[in-house]
Design a protein around this ligand. Structure first.
Ligand SMILES: N[C@@H](CCC(=O)N[C@@H](CS)C(=O)NCC(=O)O)C(=O)O
Length: 358
């Protein structure tokens, strides 16, 4: 090939690479707001606050308490990211993300991360410009009924009216489950848990379907006027897989890595036996090389992630504890035991597993 041809090919190749880069960046056309696809880390650091999209009506996961504070496992992971990035668990603005608007809030940059009982699915991953991190809670869809309803399994519910939330994976799963059983139902779909509670309390529906984690939380807070938690039961069947994971915007892999590795770090800490109470002693005298790396004693894990501090996991664990401690403080409190569940560490027969910290 002549040098003139070579030059032409080189120019065309560089132009093509440029076009691919523009197309893959997504900054220009994805309608992102202030966080815009590209550099959420810088946005958060400049703002001095993390905007975390959460629920406010699900005890154990994302709940607004009477004193104005937020609680739940999702909220704890918002705090973990804020500690890692800003050194302050309180540097979080909790933004209510509803089932319907959560992906819009993320795409528009109104939140930096979505940690809101959100199921990782193919279409959401591929179509809604979200990147899903590690599963923080393996859930599945269930059905809650009144104890005196006479329903002991889904197959008893032919012709029932079912309370369900719009904009969720729940609607489709309900359809699939009843279709598979060849029975009919009437959905009573509303936008939020408050609406379902009202409908259920006033007997407008016979069953209330949702993620079992949500149903347990709603049951734990069921008002006295309805007979309190004891008046309700959750049927044994599980209709679906609902791996709940944090979501960041596509094409922001530095930010995604931070959110993901902070969460994985809490799982690694549990695997290694590092807790809120022993983290300082472990940092001073690590029990293993992996512990030393996780705690930033002999590693530059913060540098790898673009964080200021290599010891960010010391801060996260010191303040919030490891995954097991976080679970116990939140999910366990609404009556969802961890033992024997998928949410155990892999070493205890569950699915939680942290890749090597190295
Ligand atoms: N994990 C499912 C369901 C999550 C979800 O949105 N759950 C319902 C109840 S199961 C809910 O939050 N309802 C509305 C609300 O109160 O905001 C998903 O990602 O779609």
């Amino acid at each position: 090939m002549s040098s003139k041809h070579l030059l032409r090919w080189a120019v065309l190749a560089i132009a093509a690479i440029g076009l691919i880069a523009i197309a893959c960046n997504g900054d220009d056309d994805d309608g992102d707001g202030d966080g815009g696809g590209g550099n959420t880390l810088q946005t958060v650091v400049d703002r001095g606050e993390l905007k975390c999209g959460v629920k406010d009506s699900q005890p154990g996961f994302g709940n607004l308490e009477d004193d104005g504070s937020y609680s739940g496992i999702d909220v704890e992971f918002c705090k973990a990211v804020a500690i890692a990035v800003l050194g302050d668990a309180d540097a979080v603005e909790y933004v209510l993300a509803t089932a319907d608007n959560r992906f819009e809030l993320l795409a528009s940059g109104e939140i930096d991360v979505l940690i809101r009982t959100t199921t990782h699915t193919l279409s959401r991953d591929a179509d809604l410009n979200g990147d899903f991190g590690v599963t923080l809670f393996y859930d599945g869809q269930g059905m809650m009924v009144k104890v005196d309803s006479g329903f002991d399994s889904l197959s008893d519910m032919d012709g029932a009216t079912i309370c369900v939330t719009t904009g969720t994976t729940t609607e489709q799963n309900l359809n699939d489950a009843f279709e598979a059983l060849n029975i009919s139902y009437t959905p009573l779909a509303v936008a939020d848990d408050a609406g379902s509670l009202e409908n259920f309390l006033s007997d407008r529906c016979d069953g209330w379907t949702g993620d079992k984690g949500n149903l347990a939380g709603q049951r734990s807070a069921y008002p006295d006027e309805g007979g309190g938690p004891e008046a309700l039961k959750i049927l044994a069947e599980t209709m679906s897989k609902e791996p709940l994971a944090p979501v960041t915007r596509d094409n922001d892999s530095e930010w995604f890595d931070i959110v993901n590795w902070v969460a994985l770090g809490t799982i690694a800490a549990e695997e290694l036996g590092v807790t809120a109470s022993n983290v300082s002693a472990e940092a001073a005298n690590p029990s293993s090389a992996e512990t030393a790396r996780l705690l930033g004693v002999e590693s530059t894990i913060g540098d790898f992630l673009g964080l200021d501090s290599n010891t960010f996991m010391q801060d996260v664990i010191g303040e919030l504890g490891n995954y097991g401690e976080i679970y116990e403080r939140t999910v366990e409190q609404v009556g969802i035991p961890r033992a024997g569940s998928l949410n155990e560490l892999w070493t205890n027969g569950g699915l939680l597993y942290a890749p090597p910290v190295r």
